[in-house]
Structure formats: C-alpha cells, structure tokens
Design a protein. Structure first.
Length: 166
C-alpha cells in the first residue's frame, strides 16, 4: 500500500464524519472524526464506490451497536505479520463480546505477547471495523484505544459489552 495511491472519502454518521481511504486492494484506513477533510480525490473508480457503500453501511451498523453484515476487501498490508495475525483475531470477536490482550496473545500462539498485542491494536489502521475496541486490559478494564477512551466506551456500551472502569 502506498499512501500516495489512496483515495479518501467521507462517511457521514450521527457521530461525525469519518474518513475511509482505499487502495487498489481494498479499504486501507478509517480515521475518526476530527474536523479535517480528505483531500479532493480524482475520479473514483466504480470498484471503490462499491467498497465505500459497504464501508459506510458497516461503519453505521457498528456505531449503532449492530453486528456487521459485510465488509469490503481490507488492505491490511501495512501491518507486520504479527500485527496481521492480531487483526485477524480481532475480526473474529463478535459484537458485544470482548477479549483481553492476553487472550488475543494466546489465540495467535504467543501467550507472552500481551503487551505486543496492545501495540498491534494501537497500530490497527481500520479501527471500529477491525474491532480493536473489543480488546480489554486485565480484569476487564478498558486499557487504551487509538480513537480515545471516550470512543472505546461509546462503542462497547452501544454493543452491550460489560467493562470495568479504569
């Protein structure tokens, strides 16, 4: 994935405008609302317009606490092999469920790598849709989140997940 090759489009939601960026291989990044605007894209190929419709529907479903029905192809090529294994486990965590960093580490066959799993969650280029918000620290505590703890709490509450404060 080359950043120069990305096409960025907005996804208006009741929570603000997200920015979804696409490579020729699929959805490459999702950015939380920040007031910024994507650069003007040239002509948007039909394939990417279709992927954007899927992305918009999936993002709105997740923000409403509903399970995803379909995602566009994801371009996670920016990640290391370790990160990609972590992101694969995250995609299997169902709506309203959570795992701890240690549980994800065990799921990828690296039981001592809980801290590295946290780093992989923080590097997730497609938060919300690759649900790193569903990964908690020990004792069901929140831990961190790339979009900020307010977003993590909001997403988990909408999904009906139970977490401990702090």
């Amino acid at each position: 994935m080359k950043n120069l090759d990305l096409i960025s489009l907005t996804v208006p939601t009741r929570d603000g405008e997200f920015i979804a960026s696409y490579s020729t291989d699929g959805l490459a990044t999702v950015a939380f609302p920040s007031g910024g605007k994507p650069g003007r894209s040239k002509v948007v190929p039909a394939k990417i317009r279709g992927w954007h419709r899927l992305t918009s529907a999936a993002l709105k479903a997740t923000l409403a606490g509903r399970p995803l029905k379909k995602l566009p192809p994801l371009d996670l090529s920016i990640g290391t092999a370790f990160q990609q294994r972590v992101w694969g486990v995250l995609r299997k965590i169902r709506c309203g469920r959570t795992l701890s960093y240690a549980e994800v580490a065990r799921a990828i066959g690296s039981p001592g790598a809980a801290r590295a799993v946290g780093g992989a969650c923080g590097a997730n280029p497609i938060p919300v849709l690759v649900p790193c918000h569903r990964v908690l620290a020990a004792h069901r505590k929140l831990g961190g989140f790339s979009g900020g703890l307010r977003w993590k709490v909001t997403l988990l509450q909408r999904e009906g997940a139970v977490v401990s404060p702090g």
